[in-house]
Design a protein around this ligand. Structure first.
Ligand SMILES: [Zn+2]
Length: 332
C-alpha cells in the first residue's frame, strides 16, 4: 500500500499545473547537468496497479496509475534513463561514469490481474523490464487482502467491523487511511480476524481477484523478474524471530516453482524493514531487498534495504522532477 496524501489547496493546484507543464523540460535540463557529474546513483520506482483511470490517493488505499499516465512515465524512463533489472540496480549505479545515463529499476508490489492486463503491454511496447513482488496468495484461487476488502466495504458504504471491541461503524472514504494504518499495526492474528470479518461488509472476493499461475508465467515469459512479497503480507519489523523466519519461507517455494527459478529479490510488505529484517532476509538467501523509503540507490546503500520512489499520480512532468530530485539528494 502506498502512502498518505491529503487534498491540495488552490495554490498547490497552481504549482502542480506549472510542474505538469514545465516539469519535463526543467527536469531534462537538471538531469543533463547531473549527468555531467560522476555521481554514482540509481533510482527504483514502485507501482502497485495500472488501470483505465488514475485513482485518488486521498481516499483510495491503492490508487491505480491510469494507463496513459503510466505509459508517459515509462516512456520518460526509457528516453532518459537506463532501465535495468531491480537486482542489478546497485551494481549499475556503482559502474556509472561521468556523462552516462543514470540506471533505473521499475517494480510492482502485490498480486493483481492488472499487471498482465494493463502494465505488461505498456512495458513490452517500450521494451522495459520490471520486477513484480508477489505473495503467491492467489496462484490457485481468487483472494483479496484486507485492504482490498476494506476499500470495497467503504466504497459500498457498509459498516466496518471495529478494530477494538466496539460496534461496526460506517466510515467515510476520507478516513480510510486512518483505519488502514490501525489495521497494519494489529497483531497478525487480529488482522486475519479483521479481514475475515470484513467479508460480510465487502461481499465475497471477486472471481478475478489476484494473479493466477498463468498470469505469473505470462510475466516470466515476457522477461519480467518475479520477487517475493511474503505470503501473508504482514508488516515485518514487529514480527518475533520465528514469525519473521516463517514469513521469509512460507509460500516462497510454491511461487518459485511457478517462476521456474529461485526468488532472490524481496519487496517488503508495506515497504517496512529494518536492520534485523534485512539480516534475516540475507540469512534466508535474498540478495537484494526493497523498502519504500524514498532514497536513491548508491554503492553505499545496504543491498537488503534499498529505497524506492512512489511515482507521481499527477503527471509525467512531476515524475521527471521527482526522479531528478532523488538523484540530486543521493549521497555520493
Ligand atoms: Zn504489498
Amino acid at each position: 500500500m502506498p502512502f498518505v496524501r491529503s487534498r491540495p489547496s488552490p495554490v498547490r493546484r497552481l504549482v502542480r499545473l506549472a510542474v505538469r507543464v514545465f516539469g519535463l523540460p526543467l527536469a531534462a535540463l537538471a538531469l543533463r547537468l547531473l549527468r555531467l557529474t560522476g555521481r554514482r546513483a540509481g533510482v527504483a520506482v514502485i507501482y502497485h496497479t495500472v488501470s483505465e483511470r488514475t485513482g485518488e490517493p486521498a481516499d483510495e488505499l491503492v490508487p491505480p496509475h491510469g494507463v496513459d499516465l503510466f505509459d508517459a512515465q515509462i516512456r520518460h524512463l526509457r528516453r532518459k534513463y537506463d532501465i535495468v533489472p531491480s537486482a542489478d540496480l546497485q551494481a549499475a549505479a556503482a559502474a556509472r561514469r561521468r556523462g552516462a545515463r543514470f540506471p533505473a529499476a521499475i517494480t510492482f508490489d502485490d498480486d493483481l490481474r492488472e499487471h498482465v492486463q494493463f502494465a505488461l503491454p505498456v512495458l513490452e511496447r517500450h521494451g522495459a523490464t520490471a520486477t513484480f513482488f508477489l505473495t503467491g496468495a492467489t496462484l490457485d484461487a481468487p483472494y483479496s487482502f484486507w485492504w482490498e476488502r476494506l476499500q470495497r466495504a467503504i466504497d459500498a458504504g457498509a459498516p466496518i467491523p471495529s478494530r477494538a471491541d466496539g460496534e461496526a461503524q460506517v466510515v467515510a472514504r476520507s478516513a480510510i487511511r486512518h483505519v488502514a494504518w490501525e489495521v497494519e499495526w494489529l497483531a497478525p492474528v487480529e488482522r486475519t480476524r479483521f479481514s475475515e470479518a470484513l467479508l460480510t461488509a465487502a461481499g465475497p472476493d471477486p472471481a478475478d481477484a489476484g494473479l493466477r499461475r498463468a498470469g505469473v508465467r505470462r510475466l516470466v515469459e515476457a522477461g519480467m523478474t518475479i520477487g517475493f512479497h511474503t505470503r501473508r503480507h504482514d508488516r515485518m519489523p514487529p514480527l518475533d524471530d520465528e514469525s519473521l523466519a516463517a514469513s521469509l519461507r512460507d509460500g516462497r517455494d510454491d511461487l518459485a516453482d511457478v517462476v521456474g527459478s529461485p526468488l532472490d529479490v524481496i519487496g517488503y510488505p508495506h515497504g517496512g524493514a529494518d536492520e534485523r529484517v534485512a539480516a534475516a532476509s540475507r540469512d534466508a538467501g535474498f540478495a537484494v531487498g526493497y523498502t519504500t523509503q524514498e532514497v536513491a540507490v548508491t554503492p553505499e546503500s545496504e543491498p537488503l534495504l534499498l529505497g524506492r520512489l512512489n511515482p507521481s499520480y499527477r503527471s509525467a512532468g512531476h515524475f521527471a522532477v521527482q526522479l531528478v530530485r532523488m538523484l540530486a539528494a543521493a549521497h555520493r
